[in-house]
Design a protein around this ligand. Structure first.
Ligand code: PLP
Length: 382
């Protein structure tokens, strides 16, 4: 099997599993309990808080553990909106559904920030919007989950700061793949998810500037500075901490590996007639390649590759399950038919050069079976 869908999720690292195991069995205390078993669980959570904070150069007190990236995004938008009633919000057109849907669930005006053909927000248009409308919060992701395209968040932060606008960034896909610095970026909130960096599923964090007013989504026992009530997922948080520690230590090595594989992959892809790499000219994550294969439906392609035991995605799970074209590609101005032919290849630390070769030859074979090679090359010469 060749797994090429690391943006969907990653396998849990063996060392992460080992770090988690004691907290599933021996150290089962409730971290709010004052006796020894409780204190051991509390200490483990606080150690994980330090590890996660270190990965993004934040202060440990700024880390609020959540059940994942979706909850972190919901807490950022809904928590901010509840604490700042009546103020408008702007979100980029290419955000993950957990930002878009959370924004549209609010009883507050929501403005969409358009992107250019490479999938980047246009800073000039943001400036114009801030001149025109009383925006209180902007949410703009650091790296797109489908295209891997990086947004100019640091530049955006300067504009937002000058206008006193709060800035949230969804860094779920960026963290562990490129250096991310909460303090230097100048954002007030940042969402993270453990399962995108070889940690367990169902755990994430919102990094929050401590001076920011935020209302909780969940009320109860006052855990996580009162911002996320509920007995903590101790083993999950410990695993997230270990995964964060490893990501920080191994980032240069992992990035080198991914860059080399992606170069090989793109070289091969661009030799295939008609294949388009979306966001090709933009700065992107080192592991993500989103392509269009004209004339073959993305879902069909995913299934044909699956038959050859190669696992890739056709854009985001939400759109493809509804048979819709990716909202990210449509926002980039990609024609609907080409957008529907998209598949995403996202690489990870366990991929090898053989995986890339295997994928490329499988794709070529499928294109040939569909008659696309002959059609696109013109006269078939082999
Ligand atoms: N944000 C982005 C950019 C994502 O890619 C994802 C997951 O795919 C999420 C948020 C949601 O994270 P989680 O799966 O931890 O809820």
């Amino acid at each position: 099997m060749v797994y090429l869908d690391y943006n969907a999720t990653t396998p849990v690292d063996v060392q992460v599993v080992e770090a988690m195991l004691p907290f599933l069995r021996e150290i089962y205390g409730n971290p709010s309990a004052v006796y020894r078993l409780g204190r051991l669980a509390r200490d483990a959570i606080e150690q994980a808080r330090v590890q996660v904070a270190a990965l993004v150069n934040a202060h440990p007190a700024q880390v609020i553990f959540t059940s994942g990236g979706t909850e972190a995004n919901n807490l950022a938008l809904k928590g901010w909106a509840k604490a700042n009633p009546g103020k408008a919000i702007a979100v980029s057109a290419v955000e993950h559904a957990s930002v878009l849907e959370a924004a549209h669930a609010l009883a507050t005006p929501v403005y969409s920030l358009p992107v250019d053909a490479e999938g980047r927000i246009r800073i000039r248009q943001v400036e114009e919007l801030l001149e025109r409308e009383a925006i209180g919060l902007i949410s703009c992701m650091l790296a797109n989950n489908e295209t891997g395209v990086l947004q100019p968040v640091a530049e955006l932060a300067k504009i937002a700061q000058a206008k006193g606008v709060c800035l949230h960034t969804d860094a779920v896909q960026a963290v562990g793949r490129i250096p991310v610095d909460f303090s230097a970026l100048g954002v007030q909130m940042m969402s993270l998810s453990s399962h995108k960096l070889y940690g367990p599923k169902g755990v994430g964090a919102l990094i929050v500037d401590c001076s920011l007013g935020l209302d909780p989504l969940l009320h109860g026992g006052g855990q996580e500075r009162g911002l996320r009530a509920g007995t903590e997922n101790v083993a999950g948080i410990v695993g997230f901490g270990k995964a964060a520690e490893m990501a920080a230590a191994l980032l240069p090595e992992r990035t080198r590996h991914l860059c080399a594989l992606r170069e090989r992959l793109e070289d091969g892809l661009l030799k295939l007639p008609g294949v388009v790499v979306f966001g090709q000219n933009a700065e992107r994550l080192p592991n993500t390649v989103f392509i269009g294969v004209p004339g073959i439906d993305g879902e069909t392609l995913v299934m044909a590759l699956d038959k050859k035991r190669i696992e890739v995605a056709s854009g985001s799970a939400c759109a493809s399950s509804k048979g819709q074209a990716s909202h990210v590609l449509l926002a980039m101005g990609v024609e609907e038919a080409l957008a529907k032919s998209a598949i995403r290849i996202s690489l990870g630390k366990e991929n090898t050069e053989e995986d890339i070769a295997c994928f490329l030859s499988a794709l070529e074979e499928i294109m040939r079976d569909f008659g696309k090679l002959e059609e696109l090359y013109g006269d078939s010469s082999d």
